[in-house]
Write a protein of this length. Structure first.
Length: 289
C-alpha cells in the first residue's frame, strides 16, 4: 500500500511518515519547499515531490497542513483523488476540516482523524486518537483504522466532529490558555530561571507544560483558540473561578479556601477512580523529565 502525506515536511507529517516507514509502507511526501522535503527524504527514506498531482497514484492520502491553509490545499488536492482512495486529515479541529473534505472530495472516502499528542511521541503506544466518521462508509473505514492503531497499542475513540470539537475546547483549548497565561505571569516576575533552579515537583511539571506550549507555533495556537466552539465562555468561567479563589486569598479567608478545596476533592474522589494515586502519578511524570 502506498501512502501520500500532504504537508509531509511538517512535524506531524514527518511523524506519520516515520511510523509508516517502520511498517514497511511506501511513502510519498508533498509540500511547497523542495529544500525541506529533501532534508526529510535523507532522514526517512521516502519519496518527495512539490507536485501535489502525484498523489493520484497512491492508496491513502493524509492531509497534515495548518488549519488556515486547509481549504486551499484540499481544493488543490481534490482533482487528483479517485474512488479507490482514502483521504484523512490530522487537524486538531474536526467540524470545519471534515466539512471541507466532503465539499471538495466527492469520490474518495474521507475520514477525520485527530492524533491527540504531538510529534514528540515515540510511537502510537498509549497515545490517544479520535476518529470522526459521519456516514456508514466512513464508520466502516474508521473501524478498520481503529483496529490497526489499537494493534500498535493506541487508544482510539469514535465520535462526531461536533462532539470532538466541543471536548477539545477544554482538553486543548483551556489547557493551552492556562499555560499561556501562566507563562505571562511567571515571566513578569523576572526571576524565572532562579525559580526553575530551586522549584520542586509541582513547579517542575508546571513550567514543563508552560514551556512546551510556548515553544509551539503561535499562529497555530491562535487558530485553535479562535476555532474551538464555546471556548470564550469556557475561558470566561475559568477567569471567574480565578477571581473567586484570588478573593479568598486576598481576604485571608482560610476556612473558605479549605472548604472550597475540600468540596473539589470530594467530587474528584467520586468521579475519578485513580484520584488517590494523583500525587504518585505526579512523581512518575517528573521522573521522565
Amino acid at each position: 500500500m502506498r501512502f501520500a502525506i500532504v504537508g509531509g515536511s511538517g512535524k506531524m507529517g514527518q511523524w506519520f511518515a516515520r511510523l509508516l516507514r517502520e511498517e514497511g509502507k511506501q511513502v510519498l511526501l508533498t509540500g511547497r519547499s523542495a529544500d525541506k522535503l529533501r532534508k526529510v527524504q535523507q532522514q526517512l527514506d521516502v519519496e518527495v515531490t512539490t507536485d501535489i498531482g502525484q498523489v493520484k497514484d497512491t492508496d491513502v492520502i493524509i492531509i497534515s497542513v495548518p488549519l488556515d491553509a486547509f481549504e486551499s490545499v484540499v481544493r488543490q488536492l481534490a482533482p487528483h483523488t479517485n474512488s479507490s482512495q482514502i483521504v484523512m486529515d490530522v487537524t486538531a479541529l474536526k467540524v470545519q476540516p471534515v466539512d471541507i473534505m466532503h465539499r471538495y472530495i466527492t469520490s474518495a472516502v474521507t475520514l477525520g482523524m485527530h492524533p491527540v499528542f504531538g510529534p514528540g511521541a515515540k510511537s502510537p503506544d498509549k497515545q490517544n486518537f479520535v476518529l470522526t466518521p459521519t456516514s456508514e462508509r466512513e464508520v466502516a473505514l474508521a473501524e478498520k483504522v481503529k483496529g490497526h492503531l489499537e494493534a500498535r497499542g493506541a487508544r482510539v475513540t469514535l465520535m462526531t466532529p461536533r462532539e470532538h470539537d466541543e471536548m477539545m475546547a477544554i482538553i486543548l483549548g483551556l489547557a493551552h490558555f492556562i499555560a499561556i497565561v501562566t507563562a505571562d505571569t511567571l515571566l513578569a516576575q523576572n526571576r524565572f530561571q532562579q525559580m526553575k533552579s530551586i522549584g520542586g515537583t509541582t513547579f517542575k511539571v508546571l513550567y514543563t507544560l508552560v514551556e512546551s506550549v510556548i515553544s509551539e507555533d503561535p499562529e497555530l495556537y491562535a487558530s485553535l483558540q479562535m476555532g474551538f466552539p464555546g471556548i470564550g465562555e469556557i475561558e470566561e468561567q475559568f477567569l471567574k473561578n480565578t477571581a473567586t479563589w484570588a478573593d479568598l486569598v486576598k481576604n485571608k479567608d482560610r476556612q473558605g479556601f479549605a472548604d472550597r478545596m475540600s468540596a473539589l476533592q470530594a467530587i474528584l474522589e467520586k468521579t475519578d477512580p485513580h484520584f488517590e494515586k494523583a500525587y504518585e502519578n505526579l512523581y512518575k511524570i517528573t521522573e521522565g523529565l
